[in-house]
Design a protein around this ligand. Structure first.
Ligand code: PFF
Length: 504
């Protein structure tokens, strides 16, 4: 590291806000990690990839890729005190554009994530009286989303207002800053989530037929372990689940005080996140078992993930419970909202902090301009009749290309391209942490994580090139799928210029 880099790494901490205590950081990092992914993604991925046997590749992926990358993100954010553009820029000057890439990915995710949160919040109210009626699929697509097959920018008023409320709420938290906004909201929402979800799981396992679902979920299919796809699924899930490679953990770690145990905190976050995933698997499959038994079909006939699980299957489950289902519904959708809000806050913290770092904006100005801008785009695009199609497209491209490419670039930079940086980061972590990093950590980051990320990326791109994504019209796939990726590149180049001009 040059003297100049060392200098900028050290003196930038002065005016930055800090967490009030390490527990505040841990709570916020858990709040980010525990999101919709834990509730609606993990149970399905585990079920599809060997059930109980999936825990083996999952835990191996956690220890060989998830935690090593989490430690890398922490190390970069903590040592270089900044959101990704400033932190990567101090690490290696040209890498600030990689930071802006992550900022763009975060913005893209935030605009559609808000829509899903708004739906979940509305469904929490629909649960009272089970307003979706008999046909939950028709209710979701026709009645609530008023969805069109093709591109249709007609605004659906109730979706519009829902999105406004979500953005106003999230911005209110963010205006509060690191301590009084992000930290405080996580200190309230995380215990609340564990309470809500805990009651939900207890109710679920007491339903008749719950054991059928739990058997389906946990019964191990050991043959699955010989299938490379299962391993890829485990690695793919763990990156997303721990919120690594988004720039979120770099940003959150930048608010830590100088002497903070980094690896110890990471282990707590990883353990809490994985425990919540397993708990969600139990809750979701107990409920699925109940419905499968009530309708005389097998669990595999009713299982699904994502939007389908939350907004079509769960309403059905709730309805089969009779009037007692109302409370179950409120608990389920409230859990989604609470888990999602804390993840949304974390992802917006990336661009907010990036603009504060780079342009010296105040907190209020950064929140107003960054979130205000994102909110306008979010409300205009995601309250239209095409909302669900756009959510699906942007989600697929941002997660499978945006995050993966950003994570891969950051790892290759430190473990291959600028190897001494990896040693510096390791020394930094070891100076402050209880669990020390060594050869094992270096090997994981040099071989295992880049290999897995590269293989996933190539497979995804080849598949997209051959088959496209879903059966959306080509104009939508290009405009909102590849178009989103093009925006990431554009942002990485243009916003990086902004930084350079202000530097001079
Ligand atoms: N770890 C989060 C989850 O499992 O849902 C991933 C995430 C998604 C974080 C979206 C932040 C976000 F805005």
């Amino acid at each position: 590291m040059t003297a100049q880099q060392e200098n900028s790494a050290n003196h930038h901490s002065g005016s930055r806000e800090n967490w009030s205590a390490r527990s505040g950081f841990i709570m916020a990092a858990i709040g980010s990690a525990v999101g919709l992914g834990n509730i609606w993604r993990f149970p399905y991925v585990a079920f599809e990839n060997g059930g109980g046997a999936f825990l083996v590749p999952y835990l191996i992926a956690l220890f060989t890729a998830g935690l090593p990358l989490l430690f890398l993100d922490y190390a970069i954010g903590h040592k270089y005190h900044g959101a990704p553009p400033a932190a990567y820029g101090r690490l290696y000057k040209p890498a600030s554009s990689l930071g802006w890439w992550q900022v763009m990915v975060s913005l893209a995710i935030s605009v559609y994530y808000a829509a899903v949160l708004a739906w979940a919040a509305r469904y929490m109210l629909f649960s009272v009286g089970q307003e979706w009626g008999e046909d939950t699929e028709q209710f979701l697509f026709s009645t609530y989303l008023d969805a069109s097959k093709g591109l249709d920018f007609g605004i659906v008023p109730h979706l519009f207002y829902g999105l406004l409320i979500v953005w106003a709420f999230v911005m209110l938290i963010l205006y509060g800053g690191v301590k009084k906004g992000v930290e405080l909201s996580n200190r309230i929402f995380m215990p609340l989530l564990f309470l809500l979800f805990g009651v939900l799981v207890i109710k679920a396992i007491r339903l008749p037929g719950a054991e059928v679902g739990l058997n389906a979920f946990f019964t191990p299919d050991w043959n699955a372990m010989w299938n490379p796809k299962v391993w890829l699924a485990a690695y793919g899930h763990i990156f997303f689940s721990l919120s690594v490679g988004f720039g979120i953990m770099v940003t959150y770690a930048s608010y830590l005080k100088p002497r903070t145990n980094l690896t110890g905190s990471g282990m707590v976050v990883g353990f809490a996140n994985s425990s919540f995933e397993v708990l969600a698997g139990i809750g979701v499959f107990a409920a699925l078992g109940f419905m499968a038994q009530a309708s005389g079909v097998e669990v595999k006939e009713v299982v699904s993930s994502g939007v389908g699980l939350a907004f079509v299957v769960f309403p059905k489950i709730i309805s089969s419970m009779g009037s007692g289902g109302d409370v179950f519904g409120v608990l389920f959708f409230a859990s989604l909202v609470v888990a999602g809000i804390t993840s949304m806050v974390s992802i917006l913290e990336v661009p907010i902090c990036a603009f504060q770092d780079t342009l010296g904006w105040s907190r209020t100005k950064a929140v107003t301009l960054v979130c205000g801008g994102a909110a306008v785009i979010s409300v205009l695009l995601f309250s239209t009749r095409s909302s669900i199609a756009l959510v699906d497209l942007v989600d697929h491209f941002a997660n499978n290309i945006g995050i993966v490419l950003g994570a891969l670039a950051s790892i290759v930079l430190v473990s291959w391209f600028k190897r001494p940086l990896l040693k510096n980061l390791e020394a930094h972590v070891n100076e402050v942490s209880t669990i020390r990093l060594g050869r094992g950590w270096e090997w994981m980051l040099t071989f295992v994580t880049p290999a897995v990320l590269l293989v996933s990326l190539v497979l995804v791109v080849v598949k997209l090139a051959r088959e496209g994504y879903g059966d959306y019209p080509m104009v939508m796939q290009w405009g909102f799928g590849w178009g989103t990726v093009a925006l990431f590149f554009l942002g990485a180049v243009l916003l990086n210029r902004l930084r350079k001009e202000t530097d001079q």
